[in-house]
Design a protein around this ligand. Sequence first.
Ligand SMILES: O=C(O)CCC(=O)N[C@@H](CCC(=O)O)C(=O)O
Ligand SMILES: [Zn+2]
Length: 342
Amino acid sequence: MLQQLLQQANFLELTLANPAFMAEERAAIADHTGVELWDTGVLVFTPLQTVPTEDIVLSSGIHGNETAPIELCNQLIHDILQQKIVLQQRLMFIFGNPPAMIEGTRFVTENLNRLFNGEYANPSVATNEERQRAAKLESYVQRFFQSGGRSRFHYDLHTAIRRSHHQRFAICPFRPEKPHLKQQLAFLNAAGVDAFLMHHEATTTFSYASSVKYQAEAFTVELGKVMPFGQNDLSQLAATREMLIRVISESEFPALTYQPENLVLYRVCRSLNKHFADFTFAFSNDLPNFTQFAKGEVLAYENNQPITAEYAGEAIVFPNAQVPIGQRAALCVIADDAITLA
Ligand SMILES: O=C(O)CCC(=O)N[C@@H](CCC(=O)O)C(=O)O
Ligand SMILES: [Zn+2]
């Protein structure tokens, strides 16, 4: 498999052809970069002639139909294999859910991005492919980060189901003891991200798991809107690509000035969870993420009761009434330029 990958330099094609399993193998690119295939969709590069200071995880395809970041990562992998990019940092690529990528769906049985931080082992739920994949992905991330001594980063790349007033935005995992870093927000801002949501509670997402378990600088990054493979305009991600190349191929993390005037900080004020099967939103399916509501305006109905905006300017992100009962149906956010950063 690895020989085929080295020759054809198309990890996406290889992953889609082998969605369930790939045996571990290792090789090298010339004499400067180690390549290790750990499983289907899991590839690790190690610089052999420099001493890396950073361990960087770039995951995509955690939701199978969010294809633009998968295509972007596949291009980066291609360019690394073809020696157009020479790495200075350790780098792990993950294509999260190959069976869902083949089906062109968000997931096959269960939303993979609700199964991390050990939720995959919840004894009250029967196991399935996504639960098994979450367990494996967490173990690969642990193995990647465990050798220690280097700074840890995890950018979990997604696209949103709806259009958004902010075309690219990031979700910053809840970490009450440690403010998020201006360095990281400046980096993501230079990568085209212009809004940041500060999460208000622990979750079971991939980025939260890397943040809480390994103290990684970890983010869920939304890079536009869901499109089928082949229909993405990757020129929209030119800045993202450029900054990702910089972070993996420079010897130090890119030094960028934090420019608050170029971005909006939001705090998540509450998660609207679905409790009853009749949960519906009071707005249309094409209302963009970050649309603001007036205080008291009806956002949704559930159990025949209205759910209203608690604050003037409260905005809705990721509304999805189709989620199973008990899961998040939307996040309510409010712009807040007083959020503490370090
Ligand atoms: O557009 C949507 O409704 C969902 C896009 C998406 O997959 N977002 C992530 C965010 C994860 C987080 O809160 O960190 C998700 O829902 O898993
Ligand atoms: Zn997603």
